[in-house]
Design a protein around this ligand. Structure first.
Ligand code: ZN
Length: 172
């Protein structure tokens, strides 16, 4: 397993629409292993393949708490349906938008159809944190970041801040 570099906003690749995976084979499993390792090392709870520059519809996630047993989840080609009209709000952050947080409202429950690590078809009814997290990650597959839900002003302030910290300043 290899820890990869996580792309951060502003980066055009993060705006790319990811493509479905034809089948879950060794290559995809290797990618999921690397994604999980990368996510753990960055202390994240979810990661989409495009965040390490690979435009495939693959997501990894682990919502277990720090001292609990690890509980990795894998979602390949996820499709969302039956979005609840009720909403829930979480303060969201993103490994691709470092150190920025905002309250985002999303459907409280939904169904997810996907392929798991072994390529088996699964359907899951999700709610709460898991529902929010999967919707956040599925946005990545469409090239959408959580800051896109904010006002233009707030969003441009965040991008400006992130652009400034992009290159390290050196004085020699
Ligand atoms: Zn994210």
């Amino acid at each position: 397993m290899t820890v990869k570099t996580i792309l951060t906003e502003p980066n055009k690749l993060l705006r790319q629409v990811s493509q479905p995976v034809a089948k879950v084979g060794k290559e995809e499993q290797q990618l999921m292993d690397d994604m999980l390792e990368t996510m753990y090392s960055a202390n994240g709870i979810g990661l989409a393949a495009i965040q390490i520059g690979i435009p495939k519809r693959i997501i990894v996630m682990d919502l277990s708490k720090e001292n609990e047993k690890k509980e990795p989840r894998y979602f390949v080609n996820p499709i969302i349906s039956n979005k609840d009209t009720l909403k829930s709000t979480y303060e969201e952050g993103c490994l691709s938008v470092p150190n920025q947080f905002a309250e985002i409202e999303r459907p409280k429950k939904c169904d997810i159809e996907y392929l798991d690590y072994n390529g088996e078809k699964k359907i899951l009814n999700v709610e709460g944190l898991l529902a929010t997290c999967i919707q956040h990650e599925m946005d990545h597959l469409e090239g959408i970041l959580f800051i896109d839900y904010l006002s233009k002003l707030k969003k441009s302030m965040i991008i400006k801040k992130l652009s400034k910290i992009k290159s390290p300043r050196i004085v020699v």
